[in-house]
Design a protein around this ligand. Structure first.
Ligand code: CA
Length: 222
């Protein structure tokens, strides 16, 4: 399993990486919160220090939670209850107080990944919504049996919205899923792709703007 260690203290990060490796996991290290936000998609688990040089770890945590369900274990030198509670409330799966004991680290990693594995469903191959048929393996979408001439980005956008049909997908989630960067990218290009997708779908009212939040597709009951 690929583990991302977000920790600016070099000695601590080395120790954590070595500890994670003893359990057979591959560890990568970054020292800044911004780097964690850019690289999180390549990892199955994140160990996140709360005291980071460029931004507060809790802020990193909240931003990650807007875009990913990956298990996040918070590492804190602040063993006060408040930071622990704030961490868990902000979406951490669990926390570890420094200095971290190896046995405890590995036990927590195992526990959160087991929980995450249970909650993830069977991967879907095709999504059917109204007269749309979205083939996630072949990356082709059809309307009433006729393939739609979507660009790769338009297809990704449609597939993402369709996977969450009935729920709002935030602009941050879309930017993160399509460009791997929810926080630095301009969102103007998203509007361009969305306009293209809507024009090709020819389904007025299918992709609904949720003002100030994002978008939702609403499928009619079959
Ligand atoms: Ca630190």
């Amino acid at each position: 399993m690929e583990v991302l260690i977000v920790e600016d203290d070099d000695a601590m990060a080395s120790a954590l990486a070595a500890g994670v490796a003893t359990a057979g996991h591959a560890a990568s290290r970054v020292a800044r919160g911004a780097d964690a936000l850019l690289s999180h998609r390549n990892f199955r688990l994140i160990l996140l220090d709360l005291g980071l040089p460029d931004m507060d770890g809790l802020e990193v945590l909240r931003k990650l939670r807007q875009v990913t369900d990956v298990p996040i274990l918070v590492l804190t030198a602040r063993d006060d209850e408040r930071s622990v509670v704030l961490g868990l409330r902000s979406g951490a799966d669990d926390y570890l107080v420094k200095p971290v004991k190896l046995v405890e680290l590995l036990a927590r990693i195992e526990a959160v990944t087991r929980r995450a594995g249970r909650s993830s469903g069977v991967p879907q191959h095709t999504i059917v919504l109204d007269d749309l048929d979205i083939d996630l393996d072949r990356r082709v979408a059809s309307k009433a049996g006729a393939p739609l001439p979507l660009t790769a980005t338009e297809f990704e956008l449609l597939a993402l919205l369709a996977r969450h049909a009935g729920s709002v997908v935030t602009r941050e989630q879309i930017l993160d899923a399509l460009w791997g960067d929810a926080f630095l990218a301009s969102s103007r290009s998203l509007d361009v792709h969305l306009t293209g997708l809507r024009a090709k779908l020819q389904k007025p009212g299918f992709i609904i703007n949720v003002r100030g939040v994002g978008y939702r597709v609403e499928a009619a009951a079959p």
